[in-house]
Every structure is written in structure tokens, then in C-alpha cells.
Design a protein around this ligand. Structure first.
Ligand code: WT7
Length: 654
């Protein structure tokens, strides 16, 4: 990659109020700079101090970073701890009666779970798992609906040293099978059915189907939580009800003391090519990353009510539902349902009802809620909010401004948090009481994160030009390896092009004159139009800035003269146009883009759909769009697609 041109110009900037800054955990730029300076001066001491301050060790560590087998780094590797102990037991004396979880079910029913109650349920279930002879190092697949039990299952595994691998409840039997086979799991934990948006999700039936497929014969038992009255096919001897398993178990369960480098979990993430990668995280370093970043970035303090809308099937649900908040003794909302059921005001009603003060969601959710009711938040009392967050993809400045003004009442800082399944915890984001925000930028690295943007020789690029986002020093919560595939780990994340020294995130980014990071998209999404390298996200942002556009995805298609031409897939806020109306609208949008960012980025081709093809985590499946753009038949796997019928609409020429 030579230079990558940045075409997005955003000059608005928002500083935290004096009040917010004064009360913040990291208060003011001076404090931020001091922390960065400390990390600079003695990197290992910086992390060791945090590890001693934030984690309760069963046996203290004497070594900090061991890089002798780089890039297989080890942290705190002679220390011993238990993650579940750190999330539960150590809070009991002071916070036993505090609410850990406010659970709101799909149908609106609310229940509160205190720290001591959560501890009791985790111990019961952990003892149940032990009675099935599950213990340290065993792999356990968790395929559960969102809810308290999903967290209990994960925490119980952590407590006994079993390695969990959570599979998102929207995935198919094939995905469950792949993960069972790759981990050689002995146990699956599921529910008879899930409930989302008033509909039941046949989780147990999907597990049953997976277990008929090849590669699943390691599974000895399936534990089934009864979420609904719906039945379940039953295989005697193999299947066990959750409530039967915990019957008569002790409410005490001594934690298994783990080495800091023992695996805590494996979470699969799909790359743009190849089979999903089993991202393996450690007990010690991961817990430190999740715990510390939760405190710094969300500025959590007693009295706050925090709500992250992610599913536990994604890394966000691991780090910022199951582990980070609990390790900080936080009170959090966990929501079973979807943002649009029973109507598009669900989130706003819940924020009002539970007096949520910190709200963390994804740009895709924000855009869809703008589309379904941009004025709806005004009908609710959202004055409890003091901080907003986003994660998962770049947020286009227009959506950012709406979030800031309409949801946050122009009062709440927005933390745009850049990180990945592989990094385990947030790496680049504004510390909200210190760093001023700019719409569309994830701003500055957290103290201790040595991020840079480099060209293909590894040399830093000039401000304003784009390059590869890298992290130049290993950090505690970084992925340890790809399960079963250390070679792929090395090649993917520490490639020889950079002498195996830098962690390569796979994103392109640029920095502005203030050092702020602007993510431009995945490296493989980059277009080359007439020798100009353009990040697709910037063109998408321009399109979405048009008042008629709700959502847009841009890909390249081969072009005789230009190398690549821009093809845009657009969802309007109103109905999907067809015929003459579509042609007219397309012409208008082409002019719009030319006007917003210049003719170079103008789409050659625009297609309209009622939606975009997305994975169930909301990521746009660009490889499908690339095929459509080229006019090819779709041969790729579409099984993880939320809405397969959308492909035909988008393939329809104007
Ligand atoms: C990729 C990681 C991190 C949890 C959810 C996704 C993109 C993530 C941002 C952000 C711009 C972002 C990147 C990254 N991404 N956060 N704030 N701004 N892009 O986890 O599935 O591992 O995906 O999501 O491209 O590499 P993931």
C-alpha cells in the first residue's frame, strides 16, 4: 500500500463539560498525558502496577512480559488467579447486595440479580458442570439466548477452568458444528428455545442437528436451560436439564486457581477469507484489559447504570458484559430482545425506565433507529444518560451528530471505541473526561497502547495520509494464538513484511494534525480508483450525509480505465425506488457524492435495496456485494446472512 488518500473532512470537535471532566476517573488531558508518559518510561512497570491494583491474585506474579517466544507473548505468567473470583467473590463483602444485573426479557419482564445471588447461581452451575466431570482445560460450547444464564454459564466455566467458546444464537447448525469440531468440545450448553422480538428461536433443535453432523462425536452431554414452555427433542443419557443439573448442588464452589496464561476462552471470528479463526484469550492479561478499559473508557463509578446492547456471542458481550463490568462490581442492564420490538422506541423506553447512565451500542443500530424514528427519543426522558459509546465499525459523522444531539441531549461525550476480537479490549477511544471528541474519529490510543499507522515498509506515514493500523508493542489482552493454528496466527497478525514485530490489525487508517485516528475500513475494502486509493467508508459517509439516505455500502468493481469503479448499494429512509424514480434518485446521489467529496469518488453504479446483506452481527458482507457489483452469480456461503432475500433486489439493474 502506498499512500491512501483521505477525503473525509470533519472539523467539528466536542470537549467534555467541566463537570464531566472534574468527576472523571481520568480527568483532563494532563492526567491522560501523564499515564501515556508512565507507559513510555517503563512499559512493564505500567502494566504491572495496573495488574496489581485491579486484579486480585491468588499467587502474585514476579514476571511481567515474556517475549522470548515472540509473537507468542506471555504476561504475568507465574501468577495465579481465577477470573470468576475476580468478578464475583471479591465483591461480596462490600457489594453483595448491590445489583449486578437488571435483566429485561423480550416481553418486558424485569428482574434484578444481586452480586451474592449471581455468585450463588454461578457456584451451583459450576458444581453441576463438575458433576459431569468437566474441569480445567475442557472445552465447552455455549449456545444460549441473551440473558443471565448465558453469563452464569460463562462465569461457571471460568470458575472451574473450563475453556468456553460462545456461539452466537443466530448462527446455524453448521457454525455450531465447526466450533465443536475445532475445539473438540465435550459439552454443549444451550436453551430449549430463545425469545427474540416475540418469536422463538429453536436453539436446542439446532444443537441436535449440529450433533448429527461430522466431527461432533466428542460431545458427551448437552445441558439445556428451559427458557420457554416449548418442548425439546430429548436424547436420554446425553441431554440434561439445567434445573435438574443444579438440584442438590452446593452453593459454594472453590475456584480453580489458574495460571495467568491458561486460556480463558476461544471466540471464533470470520476473516474475509478462510475458515473462522479461533481467537484464544488468556486469563490474566485478558481480564486486566477488560477491567481497566471498562473503568477508563466508560468512566464507571458507583451509582451508574451501564447498558451494552451487544450479544454475549460477540467479543463485546464477553469483555463489556460478562467480564469488564462484573470485575468492576458494576450494575448493568442485560436485554434479551431486539431494538425494534415491540416498536422502535424500545431502547429509549428502557433507558428511561432503568435510568441508564452509560449506553453502548453499534452504529448499525443507531442508523436503523434513525431510519425508524429519528424523533422518537424526544418522547422519552433520557436525562439519566451521561455517556454514550459506539463499537464495531466507523460511525459516519451524521449518525454521530444525531446520537450526540437527539439521544445524548448534546450533554454526553461519545466514546467511539476501536478494538477487535483479537485485541480483547478497547485500544483506541477517547477517555471521556480528557480527550475531546470529533464525529467519526475514535480519537487517541489508550495509555499503554503504542498504535501507529505505517506504510508497507513499516515506516510511519505522514499525518493525513492513510496506511496500515499497527500496534507496535504487545499488550496484556492481545490474542495469544489461533486455536489449533499457530502458523496462521503468526502469518495473519505478525507478518514478516513488518519483521514479525508489529501487531497488524488489518484496518486502514489515517491520523489528522492532532494525532486523532480515523479508521478507513478493513484493508481489503480499500478501492483504487484511477490510482487514487479510497477508503470505502468515506464514500459511504458522504452518501449517508444525504438527507434521503439511511444506509450505504460501497465496493469496487473492475474498470477498464480507472482500475476500479465505485459501486454503491443504498437504502433510502423512504420506500425503495424502482423504474424512473430509481434512475432519477441514482443520478441525484452521484452528483451529491461528486459535490461532497469530488468526482473521483462518484459511484458509477447505484443499486437500491430495502436493506443491505448483513451477518447477524450487523456487519455488511462486502464480498457478496463485490460479486453483485461485478454481475457474478453468488457462489459464496450465505448461511450467516440475516436477510438473504435482499440479494435479488440489489442485483436488479436500474
Ligand atoms: C473490526 C473488528 C470490537 C468489537 C466488535 C467488532 C471494526 C470495530 C470500530 C470503530 C471503526 C471499528 C474494525 C475492526 N471496528 N470498532 N470504533 N471504528 N471500525 O469486533 O468482529 O473483531 O471486528 O471492526 O474494522 O478491525 P470484530
Amino acid at each position: 500500500m502506498s499512500t491512501l488518500e483521505s477525503i473525509l473532512k470533519e472539523t467539528r470537535s466536542f470537549s467534555p463539560s467541566d463537570d464531566f471532566r472534574q468527576k472523571a476517573i481520568v480527568s483532563g488531558m494532563e492526567s491522560y498525558n501523564t499515564l501515556c508518559e508512565q507507559a513510555n518510561q517503563d512499559y512493564e512497570a505500567f502494566w504491572a502496577n495496573l495488574a496489581r491494583e485491579l486484579i486480585t491474585w491468588h499467587k502474585p506474579f514476579s514476571r511481567v512480559l515474556d517475549d522470548s517466544a515472540a509473537p507468542f507473548f506471555k504476561w504475568f505468567d507465574d501468577g495465579e488467579l481465577n477470573v470468576s473470583y475476580n468478578c464475583l467473590d471479591r465483591h461480596l463483602a462490600q457489594h453483595g447486595h448491590s445489583t449486578a444485573i437488571i435483566f429485561e426479557a423480550d416481553d418486558g419482564k424485569v428482574s434484578h440479580v444481586s452480586y451474592s445471588e449471581l455468585h450463588r447461581r454461578v457456584c451451583l452451575f459450576a458444581n453441576g458442570l463438575k458433576s459431569l466431570n468437566i474441569g480445567k482445560g475442557d472445552r465447552v460450547i455455549i449456545y444460549m439466548p441473551m440473558g443471565v444464564e448465558a453469563v452464569v454459564a460463562m462465569q461457571a466455566c471460568a470458575r472451574i477452568g473450563a475453556i468456553h467458546s460462545v456461539v452466537f444464537g443466530g448462527f446455524s447448525a453448521g457454525a455450531v458444528r465447526d466450533r465443536i469440531a475445532d475445539t473438540a468440545a465435550r459439552l454443549v450448553i444451550t436453551a430449549n428455545e430463545g425469545l427474540r422480538g416475540g418469536k422463538s428461536v429453536p436453539l436446542k433443535a439446532t444443537v441436535d442437528e449440529a450433533l448429527t453432523l461430522e466431527g461432533c462425536d466428542t460431545v458427551e452431554h448437552v445441558v439445556v436451560y428451559q427458557r420457554t414452555n416449548g418442548g425439546a427433542h430429548w436424547q436420554e443419557g446425553r441431554d440434561i436439564w439445567w434445573h435438574k443439573l443444579i438440584e442438590g448442588q452446593s452453593e459454594q464452589c472453590e475456584p480453580e486457581w489458574m495460571n495467568a496464561e491458561d486460556p480463558l476462552f476461544i471466540l471464533y471470528t470470520s476473516g474475509s477469507t478462510g475458515k473462522p479463526k479461533g481467537i484464544q484469550h488468556s486469563c490474566g492479561g485478558y481480564l486486566l484489559g477488560a477491567t481497566n478499559s471498562f473503568r477508563w473508557v466508560f468512566d464507571y463509578k458507583p451509582g451508574d447504570v451501564y447498558w451494552c446492547t451487544a450479544d454475549v456471542g460477540w467479543i463485546t458481550g464477553h469483555s463489556y458484559i460478562c467480564y469488564g463490568p462484573l470485575a468492576n462490581a458494576a450494575t448493568q442492564v442485560i436485554f434479551e430482545g431486539i431494538p425494534t420490538y415491540p416498536d422502535a422506541a424500545r431502547f429509549w423506553r428502557m433507558i428511561e425506565q432503568h435510568k441508564v447512565s452509560i449506553f453502548y451500542t453499534a452504529p448499525t443500530a443507531i442508523r436503523s433507529l434513525i431510519k425508524l424514528g429519528a424523533d422518537l427519543p424526544k418522547e422519552y426522558d433520557l436525562s439519566s444518560l451521561r455517556l454514550l459509546g459506539t463499537v464495531g465499525e466507523p460511525i459516519n459523522p451524521e449518525a454521530w451528530m444525531w446520537y450526540y444531539e437527539t439521544v445524548g441531549g448534546s450533554r454526553c461525550p461519545i466514546v467511539d471505541t476501536w478494538w477487535q476480537t483479537e485485541t480483547g479490549s478497547i485500544q483506541i477511544a477517547p477517555l471521556p473526561g480528557a480527550v475531546a471528541t470529533k464525529p467519526g474519529s475514535c480519537t487517541l490510543p489508550l495509555p499503554g497502547v503504542i498504535a501507529d499507522i505505517v506504510d508497507e515498509s513499516g515506516a510511519p506515514v505522514e499525518p493525513g495520509s492513510g496506511g496500515f493500523l499497527v500496534i507496535k508493542k504487545p499488550f496484556p489482552s492481545l490474542v495469544r494464538t489461533i486455536w489449533n493454528d499457530p502458523e496462521r496466527f503468526k502469518k495473519t497478525y505478525f507478518p514478516e513484511e513488518f519483521n514479525g514485530q508489529y501487531y497488524l490489525a488489518g484496518d486502514s487508517a489515517h491520523r489528522d494534525e492532532n494525532g486523532y485516528v480515523w479508521i478507513m475500513g478493513r484493508v481489503d475494502d480499500v478501492l483504487n480508483v484511477s490510482g487514487h486509493r479510497l477508503g470505502t467508508m468515506e464514500i459511504e459517509s458522504a452518501l449517508v450525509a444525504n438527507p434521503l439516505v439511511a444506509e450505504a455500502a460501497v465496493v469496487g468493481k473492475p474498470h477498464d480505465v480507472k482500475g476500479e469503479a465505485v459501486v454503491a448499494f443504498v437504502v433510502l429512509k423512504g420506500a425503495r425506488p424502482t423504474g424512473e424514480a430509481a434512475k432519477k434518485m441514482a443520478a441525484e446521489l452521484k452528483n451529491w457524492v461528486a459535490h461532497e467529496i469530488g468526482k473521483i469518488a462518484q459511484p458509477d453504479d447505484i443499486r437500491f435495496g430495502e436493506n443491505l446483506p448483513k451477518t447477524r452481527s450487523g456487519k455488511i458482507m462486502r464480498r457478496l456485494l463485490r460479486s453483485i457489483a461485478k454481475g457474478e452469480a453468488i457462489t459464496q456461503d450465505t448461511s450467516t446472512l440475516e436477510n438473504p432475500q435482499i440479494l435479488d433486489q440489489l442485483a436488479e439493474p436500474l
